[in-house]
Design a binder for this molecule. Structure first.
Ligand code: ZN
Length: 66
C-alpha cells in the first residue's frame, strides 16, 4: 500500500492553529488531511466539493472558442 504526504502551504490547523504543518495523504480509500503537530485528521471524501477548494485537481475549463 502506498501513500503520499503532501503539505499544504498556508493551511492552518483548525484544532491547534499551527500553519504549514497540514498535509494531505492520498490512499486507496481516498484523501485525508492531517496535522503534523497534533492529532487532527479529516477525511476529505466526506466533504462536499464546494468546501475542498484548496485541493487542486486536474480540472480545466472547457474551451468554447479560441
Ligand atoms: Zn494541529
Amino acid at each position: 500500500m502506498t501513500s503520499r504526504k503532501r503539505f499544504i502551504a498556508g493551511a492552518m490547523c483548525p484544532q491547534c492553529g499551527v500553519e504549514d504543518l497540514i498535509y494531505v495523504v492520498q490512499t486507496a480509500e481516498g484523501q485525508s488531511r492531517h496535522c503534523n503537530q497534533c492529532d487532527f485528521s479529516q477525511n476529505l471524501d466526506d466533504l462536499t466539493p464546494a468546501s475542498t477548494t484548496e485541493v487542486v485537481g486536474d480540472w480545466q475549463p472547457i474551451k468554447l472558442r479560441d
